[in-house]
Design a protein around this ligand. Structure first.
Ligand SMILES: [Fe+2]
Ligand SMILES: [Fe+2]
Length: 298
């Protein structure tokens, strides 16, 4: 059996061992289904979303967060959703699913805010790289960034002790979390996340990003996967990363990480030529991520 086959099997076994299977709200699932249709009825999507209190509350908070602050002149949330259009509604609904799945106050293993900062960071940097390179649709890059580590948060909720050990292992040996998880679980957050995303019927491009963002031969993957993988490393380097729930270290004040120059060299491969524009926007993105997570985290 190949490594990827055995990792797939282990991920299936792990998910089967979960006491309760994490699910997305039915309203969100229905809305995603309609948005995947060729000419979606946005008014129907808005009605479905707003009829579900949990998902509606999330959506309203996201719309009012620093990410979307265009809505002062618009009277109702329904109007706001229709005004934003299908791509943005899709983005907001999937973001609210992510928040719903990961906002588990019982999870003492990972600091939820740090995971949200990482996800929003990877989403914004991916969108920026998509815009600068013209290689993929910016909205697709944003949502992929939000969802890419969903498996990590779910694993940490479901198997907190083993996950903590994998995290410790990766810190002590200075190996990446994916490799430490392979040692601990025989699989990783990528496989687990992709299998769950399949059950939630998330569209195929997101599944591929979730599955392959730590792939060894990343340059052979699609531009979308490459962009998210690079954004993931850039965010870790500027200290937007998932952390164990333990006393927060002094993170320093610098925006530029140790490896940023090295990582920037890879931007050329993706068609990003204007490094100055990227550098200029990175500080603003980090700031926006912090403000957004602050406004979303109750
Ligand atoms: Fe990851
Ligand atoms: Fe990540």
């Amino acid at each position: 059996m190949s490594v990827s086959e055995s990792s797939h099997l282990s991920a299936k076994k792990i998910i089967a061992s979960f006491q309760t299977l994490p699910t997305i709200p039915a309203a969100a699932a229905r809305a995603i289904q309609i948005l995947n249709e060729p000419d979606p009825d946005l008014s129907e999507v808005a009605d479905i979303v707003l009829a579900d209190q949990v998902i509606a509350a999330r959506v309203i908070r996201i719309i009012n967060s620093p990410l979307y602050k265009l809505l002062h002149e618009i009277d109702s949330v329904k109007q706001a959703l229709i005004y934003l259009g299908p791509q943005k509604i899709f983005e907001i609904i999937l973001t609210s699913c992510f928040l719903e799945l990961t906002d588990n106050s019982g999870n003492q293993c990972l600091r939820v805010q740090s995971c949200w900062e990482h996800s929003f960071g990877v989403a914004l940097v991916s969108r920026n790289l998509a815009e600068l390179s013209g290689a993929v649709k910016p909205e697709l890059a944003f949502v992929s960034g939000i969802l890419h580590d969903i498996g990590e948060v779910i694993l940490s909720q479901q198997l907190p002790e083993q996950f903590r050990q994998a995290m410790q292992l990766s810190l002590e040996r200075e190996v990446n979390l994916h490799d430490a998880e392979m040692e601990q679980f025989g699989t990783s957050h990528c496989e687990v996340g992709a299998l769950l995303a399949e059950q939630w019927r998330f569209p195929e491009p997101f599944l591929q990003v979730i599955l392959h963002h730590h792939s060894a031969q990343i340059e052979q993957k699609s531009p979308l996967i490459q962009i998210v993988s690079l954004a993931d490393q850039i965010c870790a380097d500027v200290r937007l990363k998932c952390e164990l729930n333990q006393p927060v270290r002094d993170n320093g004040t610098g925006i530029y990480g140790e490896h940023l120059q090295e990582l920037e060299q890879q931007l050329g491969r993706l068609g990003v030529e204007d490094l100055a524009a990227f550098r200029q926007s990175l500080g603003t993105m980090v700031q926006k991520v912090k403000e957004t997570v602050q406004s979303l985290y109750a």
